[in-house]
Ligand binder design. Structure first.
Ligand code: G6Q
Length: 549
């Protein structure tokens, strides 16, 4: 394959950007009465309006040609076929198998993974229904009221985000807690609020070696035993989600209480596996299966729709357009849904851990910028905080607006105002407000002369700031599943364009290794080789820890 930037497809895009990059969105709309219909589509129940992007039909054609020239279709086929596309870890990438609702086999090295997937899913469903119905009780015979998921990163963010998103559908007797941080405040804060006899701990760790999770799990276990429970009682209160049966048993959790998954499930792609057990407990077996079905519908769309009508492909290509041709360094995700408050954090991991890479699959330095910084907060809160910068700051920051059309609550009028704000913001970013309009407004308010002119530049909005708007029919499990799968595939599309492996995460290793050595030093071990800053900080922390001991 040609180098990316010297390829004809890339060169054509660069030329097109030079020619059209400064075009005004308002002019593009004025010139094309069919722009909204042309640049919007539905898939798996979601509706994407991408017409407020600084792109014209020719630009889209060129982006699609780039995708084809980078082998996107073959890459998609390789993923769905269970090839070992995560080359640095020599693993297949099959989160799509976890939500395969069809009867079709999905093979890794000739072996169908679906029977094992279905078996774990059936066990999860049975267990979740037992806890929900009250048939599964704690060691004193009381029903479970609190579920504490102990996990971090991929073993935390997905279920935490989804349980919050689906709060309106949660089981009324259950309260879900998510403990991830090694900071003891996190676990202590939860333990202070729960009753050991009525609490179920899920220790979720693919490897079952992650220091945060193992430390929190050991403390939770000690707290449980200190309540007067016996070792034998642990079986009613601790279950594990892992790929590592040996370590689970060594920790003291009965393998019968373990829900397994496989090395071809990446951590940040794992909420569809047993890692989703909190979701199944919260919304039930049917709710969890509806989540899988929503994701599966998006998978089928991604695998089958032509690239020009393929939602993840379009979203991914538009992202490449801004990142590489406009130099946009970040993407703001603004869910107009309080229940999606953790979605930006979830997408931060999904996108930035997947595509925050600077070498290609062959190990060569990438030629272009890769993943932008992903950030955001729910609207309308963000409007009263950082939206100032989106409207009048110096950077071009594309925004993904996400909103459910139907509310999950019965409060009158809130949803109308919420949706009005969502639509208004994308319009305001696009149209801005010119100096003449500002002058007319200020004149109408009775200002004139120097006082008026002094205010004008402050009140001008440059506009032409792009956004996507994604509408969900509601915040149901199926809609959420489709939404998350959409972003997963978008990330994959971008990784193919940039020629990087989206499925490893070597960048998190170095800090872990150094933390482990410094941890030993802080416990009194031999001092390591350090720069003056690190040495000084260790000395300060060591003195404080020593004084506290
Ligand atoms: C995700 C990452 C990472 C991982 C955590 C937890 O893709 O690999 O966030 O999920 O480090 O790992 P364990 O599940 O093994 O504890």
């Amino acid at each position: 394959m040609d180098s990316l930037t010297s390829s004809a497809a890339w060169q054509a895009l660069a030329a097109h950007h030079a020619e059209t990059g400064e075009a005004r969105l308002s002019d593009l709309f004025a010139a094309d009465a069919g722009r909204f219909e042309r640049f919007s589509l539905s898939a798996a129940g979601l509706f994407l309006d991408y017409s407020k992007n600084r792109i014209d039909p020719r630009g889209m054609e060129l982006l699609l040609a780039l995708a084809r020239s980078r082998g996107l279709e073959n890459a998609q086929a390789a993923m769905f076929a269970g090839r070992r596309i995560n080359t640095t870890e020599n693993r297949a990438v099959l989160h799509v198998a976890l939500r395969n609702r069809a009867d079709t086999p999905i093979e890794v090295d000739g072996a169908d993974v679906m029977p094992a997937v279905r078996q774990v899913l059936a066990r999860m469903g049975e267990f979740a229904e037992g806890v929900r119905s009250g048939a599964w009780t704690g060691h004193t015979g009381e029903t479970i009221t609190d579920v504490v998921n102990i996990g971090i990163g991929g073993s935390d963010l997905g279920p935490a985000m989804a349980c919050q998103a689906l709060a309106a559908l949660g089981h009324p007797r259950l309260t879900m807690h998510f403990v991830s941080n090694i900071d003891g405040d996190h676990l202590a804060g939860v333990l202070a609020r729960v009753n050991p006899a009525r609490t179920l701990f899920i220790v979720a760790s693919k490897t079952f070696t992650t220091i945060e999770t193992m430390t929190n799990a050991a403390s939770a276990r000690a707290w449980f035993l200190a309540s007067g429970a016996t070792e034998a009682d642990i079986a009613r209160h601790f279950v594990a989600v892992s790929t590592n049966a040996g370590k689970v048993e060594a920790f003291g959790i009965d393998p019968a209480n373990m829900f397994g998954f496989w090395d071809w499930v990446g951590g940040r792609y794992s909420m569809w596996s047993a890692v989703g057990l909190p979701i199944a407990l919260w919304v039930g077996r049917d709710g969890f299966e509806a989540l899988l079905a929503g994701a599966h519908a998006m998978d089928r769309h991604f695998a089958e729709a032509p690239l020009e009508a393929n939602m993840p492909v379009i979203l991914g290509l538009i992202g490449v357009w801004y990142r590489n041709f406009f130099g946009a360094g970040s993407l703001c995700v603004a869910p107009y849904a309080q229940a999606l408050a953790r979605l930006p954090a979830y997408l931060q991991q999904l996108e930035m851990e997947s595509n925050g890479k600077s070498v290609t699959r062959d190990g060569a330095p990438v030629e272009v910028a890769t993943c932008p910084v992903i950030w955001g907060e729910p609207g309308t809160n963000g409007q009263h905080a950082f939206f100032q910068l989106l409207h009048q700051g110096t950077d071009l920051i594309p925004v993904d607006f996400i909103a459910p059309l139907a509310a999950s609550h019965g409060l009158a009028d809130h949803h109308r105002l919420l949706l009005a704000n969502c639509i208004a913001q994308s319009k305001a970013l696009m149209v801005g407000k010119g100096a003449d309009e500002v002058r007319a407004e200020l004149t109408a308010q009775g200002l004139s002369g120097e006082a008026l002119e002094a205010l004008v530049p402050h009140r001008v909005f440059p506009g032409n700031r792009p956004s996507n708007t994604l509408l969900l029919p509601d915040l149901s499990p199926a809609s959420l599943g489709a939404l998350i799968a959409l972003y997963e595939h978008k990330v994959f599309v971008q990784s193919v364009i940039w020629g990087i492996n989206a499925f490893d995460q070597w960048g998190v290793e170095l800090g872990k290794q150094i933390a482990s050595r410094i941890g030993d030093e802080l416990a009194g071990g031999a001092a390591g080789e350090h720069d003056a800053s690190t040495r000084g900080l260790i000395a300060l922390a060591g003195r404080r820890l020593g004084a506290a001991a």
